[in-house]
Design a protein around this ligand. Structure first.
Ligand SMILES: [Mg+2]
Length: 147
């Protein structure tokens, strides 16, 4: 299990404020304080909302269009590495920002909390890739126990 409370309730299934309360004062709070910040920040979410509202673009932000945009921007990010292992850092950052921006828009459109879904997925992935089998290896989880 990735993270458990004393009551054995998976943290990933709990609200962000509940997670904040649980981790306050623990080593995780000290070691990774950024974990306790909402993802993205309220300021970033408001800036994105205002940007879209000012342009009346929400009408175009269907889940399908946003999912397509994530894939397109991910391709542009990948393109930065085409034929080179030393891409232009500024361009990488811009394309990464595009991917994240569309992910935020899609999460908002679907009414899901990014912290919650990332933590739930992390817990699921941790079960697929137990440390004792996966540490230092890039083997797909379906092949881990066969080696
Ligand atoms: Mg782009």
């Amino acid at each position: 299990m990735l993270l458990k409370t004393s009551a054995s309730v998976p943290i990933a299934t709990r609200s962000f404020s509940s997670i904040q309360s649980t981790l306050a004062g623990t080593w995780l709070n000290v070691v990774t304080p950024c974990y306790l910040l909402p993802m993205p920040s309220d300021a970033t979410k408001e800036a994105l909302r205002a940007f879209v509202a000012a342009r009346d673009w929400d009408q175009f932000h269907t889940p399908e269009n946003l999912a397509k945009s994530i894939a397109i921007e991910a391709s542009e990010l990948l393109e930065c590495y085409q034929w080179t292992s030393t891409p232009d850092q500024q361009r990488v950052e811009e394309e990464l920002a595009d991917v994240v921006t569309y992910c935020i828009h899609l999460a908002n459109k679907l009414g899901v909390d990014l912290d919650d879904i990332v933590m739930r997925k992390l817990e699921s992935t941790a079960k697929k890739y137990p440390v004792e089998l996966a540490k230092g290896r890039m083997t797909k989880y379906t092949e881990l126990s066969k080696e």
